[in-house]
Design a protein around this ligand. Structure first.
Ligand code: NAP
Length: 303
């Protein structure tokens, strides 16, 4: 029997574990994949207050070790669903089930695919959602990055350091990414911006991606770019369907919760990118983790 089961070992989940353990509660963190969440793939974090530069991997590993050292248990099991039994919650996983007094859902969000015909088959053969993980396979080769947020711009900057040419393709002419990052990317000689355009076709042979077709939104002109790699960085979408019985999901599948991070079910809280919110940043994920953990502690103390 745990006090709090936290679903997800990203920034929000691990922050929640740190706050729960420091408040004297026994926390179990359940993670389906690897710890760290999305930030683990970011080459360089520059906007976390108090830390000028840190890699996503170092940041996530620091959080993971901090949570473990404080006493949190972390198990790598996929959560399949949650049931309630009076005041107790039963968390069902691929490995069994865990009873607890409160649950914090910090499931994050997954990379959004482009939805092109052969995209799935080309993952690992030219199509990637992680420049930090796969970039080096394309050393001295031409690649493209699709997206206009911080991930796309940072990925393009990272790839430009060792790829022969980097195209950044964005569907609008204004970027969502921080202005400073965009300006830095513009200064790179081997980066070409293709704006108001979308990737409409992936051309491959049996060895992998050979080129992509990019269509201009205004002129409908199609341009073929000879690239061996395409890095898709068009944002994320949540995966909360397993929790639809105990939470209310909005039209995009995010868990609805106010700033108190309470879901519709007593004792079930949410934190981080998996919930409805306007700003999805590392700082807001960490902040959510703290708020949700303290709310869960107060809930348990009042039982
Ligand atoms: P994002 O900010 O949601 O940006 C996604 C981009 O993809 C947008 O430019 C969007 O275009 C475009 N897009 C969405 N769907 C598309 C489609 N079907 N086809 C083509 N383009 C599409 O996602 P993100 O860059 O992954 O960032 C997610 C969050 O993490 C953000 O809050 C970001 O600031 C944060 N982040 C922070 C750091 C850091 O602090 N170092 C690093 C990475 C990410 P529109 O602009 O037209 O909507």
């Amino acid at each position: 029997m745990y006090d709090i089961v936290i679903v997800g070992a990203g920034t929000a989940g691990l922050s929640a574990a740190i706050y729960a353990e420091r408040a004297g509660k026994k926390a179990l963190v359940l993670e389906a994949a690897a710890y760290g969440g999305q930030i683990i793939n970011t080459p360089d974090i520059e906007n976390y207050p108090g830390i000028a530069h840190i890699s996503g991997f170092d940041f996530a590993t620091g959080l993971y070790n901090q949570a473990k050292d404080l006493g949190a248990e972390i198990k790598f099991e996929k959560v399949l669903g949650i049931e309630t039994d009076g005041n107790e919650k039963i968390v069902k996983t691929s490995g069994g089930e865990y009873r607890c007094k409160a649950v914090i859902l910090a499931t994050g969000a997954k990379n959004r695919p482009l939805g092109l015909d052969n995209e799935k088959e080309l993952v690992g053969k030219g199509v990637s959602y992680c420049a930090t993980c796969d970039g080096m396979f394309f050393r001295n080769q031409p690649v493209a990055v699709n997206g206009g947020g911080n991930t796309a711009v940072e990925d393009a900057e990272f790839l430009a350091n060792f790829c022969s040419k980097v195209y950044i393709i964005h569907r609008r002419d204004a970027f969502r990414a921080d202005e400073k990052e965009v300006e830095r990317l513009k200064a790179k000689e081997n980066v070409e911006f293709i704006l108001n355009a979308t990737v409409t076709k992936l051309n491959a042979d049996d060895k992998g991606l050979k080129s992509i077709e990019v269509t201009d939104k205004n002129t409908k002109e199609v341009r073929t770019l000879e690239v061996n790699g395409l890095f898709v960085a068009i944002g994320q979408s949540p995966d909360n369907t397993a929790f639809a019985n105990v939470t209310k999901l909005d039209s995009k599948g995010y868990i609805e919760a106010g700033e108190d991070l309470k879901t519709g079910t007593d004792g079930i809280f949410t934190a981080g990118d998996c919930r409805t919110k306007t700003v999805r940043q590392l700082t807001t994920a960490a902040s959510d983790g703290a708020v949700a953990a303290l709310a869960a502690c107060a809930y348990i103390d009042a039982l």
